[in-house]
Design a protein around this ligand. Sequence first.
Ligand code: AK3
Length: 279
Amino acid sequence: KAHPPTRIWSLADFEMGRPLGKGKFGRVYMVRTHSGPNKGYIIALKCMYKNELVENKVEKQLRREIEIQMNLRHPHILRLHGYFHDEGRVFLMLEFAGRGELYKLMNKLPDRRFEEKVAATYIAQMADALSYLHSKHVIHRDIKPENLLLGIKGDLKIGDFGWSVHAPGNRRQTLCGTLDYLPPEMVNGEQHDKAVDLWALGVLCFEFLEGVPPFEELENAPAGTYKRINNIDFKIPRHFSPEAGDLVRALLKKKPDDRLPLTKVLRHPWIMKYDPDAC
Ligand SMILES: Cn1ncc2ncnc(NCCc3cnc(NC(=O)Nc4cccc(C(F)(F)F)c4)s3)c21
């Protein structure tokens, strides 16, 4: 169903600010509204070229993302305020995340590792956001550091719902990009449900603590990664606390139904140890 637009926006409504980054399908700018009731409102404007979207056959995916994300309201989910287009471009009006992209912060850390306390706080915020998403029967399907942003208070925001669907899903679009975060059922192109986000949460937790994802294969990727995922071939590093190892093992289960449900993730000893007000 189409959205009755609250109002029709256009590029003329904004003052352009600095570039914030460039994604696969376009660039993002910090912009400010300069008139009307929400004058001086700062947002992130993602600009994409229609022909590029059409060439890559992703316009349906983008429509689905807009449909899904326009209806979401959660502190740890990046808000999509609206969208508009001109003859050649499509624009997404996104909540501005004051501390930018999480993976850029990770790349600045010694061996890309977070302390357990920080990682546990991020995982609790992710579990909170995923509980909300799953309660609306939405699966994100693309949880990875590149899709996570940080608000001005360092709070985590899930962005880029380009791969989200209403559960259950069976992928039509060819997967591109890293396999690192995909569960066995998705790499095998089988039907999948919201448990794919539980698997990805386990991969994310591992990467936050180790600095690299558990099934990473640099030599013979993607075949090597594919094999390791299917064989659940990972080891918990010695420096992980026992609770951290327990949580990662509880999420990286081959059978989707064996993965720890989000209610139990939020009450897990590793989360409670650091973020008691999580639940
Ligand atoms: C860098 N940065 N720094 C601060 C900051 N604050 C907010 N946002 C930022 N960056 C934008 C983050 C995004 C959120 N949602 C997105 N959504 C998307 O890009 N969707 C999309 C596009 C083209 C094609 C497809 C499709 F169809 F293939 F799926 C899907 S991008 C920020």
